[in-house]
Design a binder for this molecule. Structure first.
Ligand code: GTP
Ligand code: MG
Length: 358
């Protein structure tokens, strides 16, 4: 499960990546600074984990994490090999969620493809390249399917219909709702792995000047897309350089105390369809990620393969409830710790203790 950061050169992708992953990706004011993708891990912000660990006074806290890929900047013509071209597009195919960074800051020392910065136009440039790259893939698949369906292959014929429908829509710059088709043709969709229909989150990387704010406002009026998250990448990266005690005070002064980056990561986490469950003991309080809808047997297997093999039952309580009771024994006395079998579907923020024998 990974999130890929994409956008035009100099949009601030590596700045964001470094802030999230405490990484050391190269950041520079010239375009195409990043060539090979940088890979890092970022912690998922979690309001409960500290209080949960206080219950047992755990020696260690381990938050959930997601993988982030910082990908090279894209330019007009990338689908035909301009800039870093197709190689870079292939990196995007490996991600599950796209975080599309849009530049909403002026800085004459940081070059931009045009003199005028036009965030909505910038989004259009990137999305057109993704669409063109997809159309090429669809065309290749279409040719293959035509030749297979000549022998009367029914599956190939129905896939051909789907491919032609999507190609037609993409050629008219429309992204159709494909959820119905996806269910019936998931193998085809997995193979095509189209970029234009990957879950995408837009991130407005905004500067702290008035004119920067105008760019952001212009963007949200021009793009009819609900998922735009505003962040101050440069400010947040500078905040990290301050001693921890001073950060929140300064952030409040700057008006960025609600960290855009935290909201960004939480949203990605939800878009990846992940939920969190916890294990707590004296040694460690740990948050684990699992696909929404998974059963507790699968959760047990994440913790340890022995727990899955020798699973007997799970003791489960929601984190909020546990925090209200203040201790597991108190919650148990009140009959709030449930005993669940292997088919139990894990709920978000469940605290789980697996009983097993091997
Ligand atoms: N003024 C200002 N500069 C920023 C902001 N965010 C990033 N920068 C600067 O913009 C330049 C480019 O940032 P990078 O993070 O390297 O951009 P990138 O998108 O990774 O660029 P490529 O790897 O070349 O595609 C650097 O000089 C950053 O310091 C911002 O919010 N305001
Ligand atoms: Mg970069």
């Amino acid at each position: 499960m990974q999130v890929g950061i994409i956008g035009l050169p100099n949009a601030g992708k590596s700045t964001i990546f470094n802030t999230l992953t405490k990484g050391r990706a190269e950041v520079a004011s010239y375009p195409f600074c990043t060539i090979e993708p940088n890979i890092g891990i970022t912690e998922v912000p979690d309001n409960n984990i500290q209080s949960l660990s206080d219950i047992y006074n755990s020696a260690k806290i381990t938050p959930a994490t997601i993988r982030i890929l910082d990908i090279a900047g894209l330019v007009k013509g990338a689908s035909r090999g301009e800039g870093l071209g197709n190689k870079f597009l292939s990196h995007i195919r490996t991600v599950d969620v796209i975080a599309h960074i849009v530049r909403c800051f002026y800085d004459e020392n940081v070059s931009h493809i045009d003199k005028d910065i036009d965030p909505a136009g910038d989004i259009g440039i990137i999305n057109t390249e993704l669409l063109l790259a997809d159309i090429e893939i669809l065309q290749r698949k279409r040719e293959k399917l035509i030749s297979i369906s000549k022998s009367g292959d029914a599956l190939a014929k129905s896939q051909l219909g789907v491919v032609e429908f999507i190609t037609g829509e993409f050629n008219n710059e429309r992204i159709p709702d494909l959820s119905d088709l996806y269910g019936r043709h998931n193998e085809l969709f997995d193979e095509l792995n189209l970029l234009s229909i990957k879950p995408t989150l837009y991130i407005a990387n905004t500067g702290d000047g008035e004119k920067d704010e105008e760019l952001y406002k212009k963007l949200i009026t021009e793009v009819s897309c609900k998922d735009i998250i505003k962040i101050f990448a440069k400010l947040e990266s500078e905040l990290l350089e301050l001693p921890k005690e001073e950060r929140s005070e300064y952030a409040r002064e700057l008006g960025v105390d609600k960290s855009g980056l935290s909201i960004f990561i939480r949203t990605c986490y939800e878009m990846l369809d992940l939920i969190t469950f916890y294990t707590i003991n004296k040694n460690e309080t740990r948050a684990w990620s699992i696909k929404k809808g998974s059963n507790v047997l699968k959760a047990a297997g994440k913790i340890h393969s022995d727990m899955e093999k020798g699973f007997i039952k799970a003791e489960v309580i929601n984190a909020r409830q546990l925090l209200d009771f203040g201790s597991v024994s108190h919650a148990r006395e009140e009959g709030k710790v449930r005993i669940e079998g292997k088919d139990y579907i894990v709920g978000d923020k469940d605290v789980i203790q697996v009983r097993f024998s091997v």
